[in-house]
Design a protein around this ligand. Sequence first.
Ligand code: PAF
Length: 282
Amino acid sequence: MKMETSIQGLSASLQTARSARKIIGFVPTMGNLHQGHLNLVREARNLCDVVVVSIFVNPIQFGPNEDFESYPRTLEQDSHLLAEAGCDVLFAPSVEQMYGQHQRLTNISVAQITNDLCGLQRPGHFDGVAVVVTKLFNMVQPNYAFFGQKDFQQLAVITQMVRDLNMPVEVIGVEITRAEDGLALSSRNAYLSEEQRKVAPNIYQNLKLAEQHLHQGEALVKVLADLRNALSEVGFEVDYVEARTPMLENVEQFDKDIVLFVAAKLGNTRLIDNLQLKYIQP
Ligand code: PAF
């Protein structure tokens, strides 16, 4: 595996692959890799000739009171994991390399679906994601790009942006990887205390319970309210419990495929999760 820290170095590393028309798969990450990321790399490995992974903690997608400074940076450990998982090129640029070359005047803003769910609590977050993902797509020029479904809204925003702007890349969403007790893997789980880690799987357990109640015919509004209460009772500070269609449209009832979304805090750690539900005609 090669590691590149400059845009020029990355281009040089990919030149042979590009001229041989190899299929390039790309996994953008912020590092501190876990099995969820490595599953994205495995999917890319299965589908593509060359696998590029980026590690870049993107300052412009963090709000002023968020964890940009303290976000775990574990490049050495990550690079070993990536080499084992079959990554060909690791791109790990500095903030200076990504944003310091000149003043940026262009923003990328996907309307509507970013003014909802996490977008309400994190103003500007999805613009920051859209900008860095576009820059990375232009640097790597991948055929396929892989994103986890844990960040379902992010995946929807990127899919929309790629479609709206005719970006020549196919976006692939990969299933959530969970710990044995159901907790969705996330780099932020590392912030949880031992006690909080025991409480955290309640999100998934209650999402599954909600699914069961919906299939038994309970009203969506009641199920969402029960889910919110159940999480508050075990110590979460709930940001939102919502249902949307997979395209993030509002839904009143479970009469089509829907996605249940949760964002909730344990102490200072904000966890998100979601569950996709198939509607089965009675
Ligand atoms: O999901 C992430 O880790 C980040 O939002 C991404 C897509 C790498 C952009 O910085």
